[in-house]
Design a protein around this ligand. Structure first.
Ligand code: DP6
Length: 336
């Protein structure tokens, strides 16, 4: 028996209140709720899945190349969750491609596992709603739970031990944010030395400052939820920067210390602060993930000016300007 070939596309998301630290590693349950904006299709993953009795093992092709055994293993474990739920045994062929250039340091497990969750669950005959899809994507990678939805998205940490309430919800649709931009500054294309998975585990285990971060995050979540409800970017700009700083501070407080931002990242921080000082208000907000590349949120009005300032910083290799995008979509054209 052969399943129906299914193709899905998911966009990446960039958090403004960060997820860093799990309370359950197997179920991928976070210590705190997080909030992100979903990016446009410039940062997306397209994935086709087909289950087939003819296959002896799962096959994974990533960006036109056979995936490493590590990558295939992680995907196989994720497909096992779907096979168990759908009560099927067939192995799958998975072909996946990112829209962003390989080695741009933008590779994201968020768009990858969101697209895989959508394509593979449908190919297996499961009919999941967005909430169930978000919970499934979360098992692949925490941040992927947010990429099921478009616009402003909150991944609610939840309190249940089985994780059933740890899913994302859409806080505000993308069309309400058509004036918002993420000016991405690519500094390094290197693979990160410490994976977020390993890094957050060490932080939870060794950082005392992390306890304080969890308290502060609750206040910042309230500020950001209110600003999102009011469609007011400037009301949350400082909070976005403070939350990024807080995450990178607990990384540094981890033993052994973890450092993702470099001197170029810090030059960008200073440039954004100087820009806001020039304008007399916070019109731009930087945020950094587990790497040195910068994401500077701002409005359409200032995007070009910010981009020009970032381009002139030595060490910035490339910039791109993203808009706020949609959640998961299905395609009738397949990758194989
Ligand atoms: C720094 O979702 O990649 O980007 O759940 O272990 O796969 P796993 O981690 P992942 O972590 C992303 C962390 C972050 C902040 C964020 O996106 O909220």
């Amino acid at each position: 028996m052969q399943s129906e070939k299914t193709t899905a596309v998911a966009n990446s998301n960039i958090a403004i209140i960060k997820y860093w630290g799990k309370r359950d590693a197997r179920l991928n349950l976070p210590q705190n709720s997080s909030i992100s904006f979903t990016m446009d299709a410039q940062l997306s993953t397209l994935t086709t899945v087909e289950f087939s009795a003819k296959l002896k093992h799962d096959e994974l092709l990533l960006n036109n190349a056979r995936a490493s055994s590590n990558e295939t293993g992680r995907v196989s474990m994720f497909l096992d969750l779907i096979r168990a739920q759908a009560r099927i045994k067939q192995k799958a062929k998975v072909v996946s491609g990112n829209s962003f250039p390989k080695g741009a340091g933008l590779a994201s497990s968020a768009s990858g596992f969101a697209a895989l969750a959508a394509a593979a669950s449908k190919a297996a005959g499961l009919k999941l709603d967005d909430r169930e899809l978000s919970a499934l994507a979360r098992r692949g990678s925490g941040s992927a739970s947010r990429s099921i939805f478009g616009g402003a998205v909150e991944w609610q940490a939840g309190t249940r031990r089985d994780g059933k309430d740890s899913v994302a919800i859409e806080r505000s649709p993308s069309f309400k944010w058509d004036h918002l931009r993420n000016v991405v500054a690519i500094i390094s294309s290197q693979e990160k030395k410490v994976s977020s998975r390993a890094g957050m585990e060490e932080t939870v285990r060794t950082s005392k400052l992390f306890r304080q971060r969890l308290k502060d995050v609750e206040k910042r979540l309230d500020t950001v939820r209110k600003a999102i409800a009011e469609g007011d970017f400037e009301a949350m700009a400082e909070t976005i920067m403070q939350d990024s700083n807080s995450m990178h501070a607990v990384m540094l407080d981890t033993w052994p210390p973890i450092r993702y931002m470099n001197d170029v990242s810090w030059a960008i921080v200073e440039e954004v602060l100087a820009f806001n000082a020039d304008k007399g208000k916070a019109v731009a907000a930087y945020t950094f993930d587990a790497g040195p590349n910068a994401h500077v949120y701002t409005t359409e009005k200032y995007a070009k000016e910010i981009e020009a300032r970032l381009v002139s910083i030595p060490g910035v290799q490339k910039t791109m300007v993203c808009q706020i995008g949609e959640g998961i979509r299905y395609r009738t054209e397949h990758l194989f």
